[in-house]
Design a binder for this molecule. Sequence first.
Ligand SMILES: [Zn+2]
Length: 67
Amino acid sequence: MVKVPFACGECNRILDDGISQCNHCPNAPVTTDWQGFVVILHPSRSEIAKRLNVSAPGNYALKVNIR
Ligand SMILES: [Zn+2]
């Protein structure tokens, strides 16, 4: 079984294994219900980063489903 990491509902960041709270958004909900893993290396040059409103490099989910 592959364990799905949490993604932050606020900034879409995919959290490290065993981490259940985004350290950039301490009050944001997190969920394993997300789709589309993207690695953003150069946010200023990335269309996806602009679309996701991302300003720091990292791993992000394209879509996070927060109920
Ligand atoms: Zn976050």
